[in-house]
Design a protein around this ligand. Sequence first.
Ligand SMILES: NC(=O)c1ccc[n+]([C@@H]2O[C@H](COP(=O)([O-])OP(=O)(O)OC[C@H]3O[C@@H](n4cnc5c(N)ncnc54)[C@H](O)[C@@H]3O)[C@@H](O)[C@H]2O)c1
Length: 359
Amino acid sequence: MGKIKVGVIGVGNCFAGLYQGIEYYKQHNAEVTGIMHREIGGYRVQDIEFVSAFDVGENKVGKTLDEAAMAEPNMVKWINLPKSETIVHPSPVMDGISKYTEEMIKPKRIELSPELEKEIMDEIKRTGTEILINYLPVGSQKATEYWANIALKTGCAFVNNMPVFIASNPEWEKKFREKGIPVIGDDIKGMIGATIVHRVLAKLTADRGSSVANTYQLNVGGNTDFKNMLERERLESKKISKTESVQSQFNERLDDKNIHIGPSDFVPFLENTKIAFMNIEGRMWADIPYKMEVKLTVDDKANSGGIVADAIRLAKVALERGERGAVIPACAYLMKHPPEQMADAVAKQELERFIKEEA
Ligand SMILES: NC(=O)c1ccc[n+]([C@@H]2O[C@H](COP(=O)([O-])OP(=O)(O)OC[C@H]3O[C@@H](n4cnc5c(N)ncnc54)[C@H](O)[C@@H]3O)[C@@H](O)[C@H]2O)c1
């Protein structure tokens, strides 16, 4: 099999985790713990290559990708990376930076211009980039739409890892379908993340015949993602994405006032450790109450890397098969806000069927 040529938008912590994870598997070929699919369409995670990259950070733009992935404020330092030939190119800042992260990222304020766009498109063509993966900060509505348009113009498949709605927005999805390009999104559902655990518990309460009175999920962490989310105005789509993901698993929708899910605070010393507190209160046999509390402690970036490694390989398979628009089973299993919500067990079955399908 050939390699998968990927371009990255936002060389942040999540990307550093994906990149270093792939390097880990190159160095530990026999140990495959932590990978959902050894192969998808014949591709292994080691077949993913990052051939183009775009960012705004003063200490990332102009650097080789290995240097940029290790540059502050990134915190993932799991493994040494070999020298990369990919140079990080500038991206327009637009709404990518919040007032809380400006000081950490120190963006190069390169304005949107036809020259910049030409430079970006030339780089994508020169490098043979076939899939663009979007890791922009929460709240980057305009910048994400800008990059979705670049995917449409260059014919790249688009994997949208964050909560601006592209695959799950019918207008955007139609644009990808009409251009004959696959799109997978929106907003990664971590491997053992708060969303998947909360969804499974929500489904359990429904399947076991109990009723749920209320539920909440509070998340804290200490990386740039959490600092960015201190700006509450940037959170609208993140809150919808996280809340609907859990809401969709109950037999009956909870009243809005009885469900609260979202990022809650920035605790600097936690760095990439994310702690999620989940609570469900309900009633069972003979209307007797029950209550469950779960605390989940995870490395936020290890949580997303494996999911994106699958999404990239599924996007490649979709490209090879001439799939158009949202790749529904991939979106449903891997993302929090897909075009179509399914129970995770059903989404997994659909995904396995998609993987086995003939071209
Ligand atoms: N488990 C997870 O970590 C997880 C799960 C679901 C979704 N996400 C989402 O993935 C996204 C990335 O998370 P992260 O932790 O890597 O964030 P991060 O803040 O570490 O990285 C964001 C990167 O984007 C760059 N950037 C900002 N504006 C830009 C622009 N206009 N153009 C190009 N680059 C720009 C920043 O310089 C930074 O390098 C976030 O939206 C996050 O919510 C993460």
